[in-house]
Design a binder for this molecule. Sequence first.
Ligand SMILES: *Cc1c(COP(=O)(O)O)cnc(C)c1O
Length: 228
Amino acid sequence: MSIAENIKKLKSELDPKGVKLVVVTKTQPNDKIMEAYNCGERLFGENLVQELHEKQEQLPKDISWQIIGHLQSNKVKFIAPYISLIQSIDSLKLLQEVNKQALKNKRVIDCLFQVYIADEETKYGLDFNELVDILRSPEFTALENVRITGLMGIATNTEHQKQLKDEFEELHVFFEGIKSSFFRDKDYFTEISMGMSNDFAVAVEAGSTQVRVGSSIFGKRKKISHEN
Ligand SMILES: *Cc1c(COP(=O)(O)O)cnc(C)c1O
């Protein structure tokens, strides 16, 4: 199927549930990305700063670029002028750097905390207690140029539907707990980013508000060295 057909099929499953599609464009050339753009898609996710930066310069300026992969503090300054969402905040130090660079650019940058839900050692992310510690800290409360709009999680790379369901439901429960404890009167704390090509249907059932989908749209990626 073509990129346009793949997007149409995905949207027919996501739109009725009000779930947003973040098109994961990592490793894809600009002509393929433009096919998605020409279908009306505007939310695009990348996980490498260098690659994102080149695409941002070359592609239309009304694209909302998001970082979905692990972000190093020393790279934040390159994307701070234009990034629309950083999905992968996994430390207070990183968030403080985002705040500093956002201030320099006179803007507020939306961020998600990446929460660790997978049964794998290699994934980045915070566990529930680490996240609560950050949210309680005076250092966090002092940050004025970042806005936390929700949580993101990556499930275990497994075909096991019950395990996926449990992990996504765990993130949903985390989200509700964090919302009622720390963001009760904040109407912008709304996003649960979960679900990728292989597991988005399970994630949507468990309450995802935005899925991050690459290979179901563009086909299997050739380069996999950038995965995380
Ligand atoms: C690559 C990536 C995706 C998309 O994966 P697909 O299986 O191609 O849909 C989603 N989220 C993150 C964090 C990724 O790095």
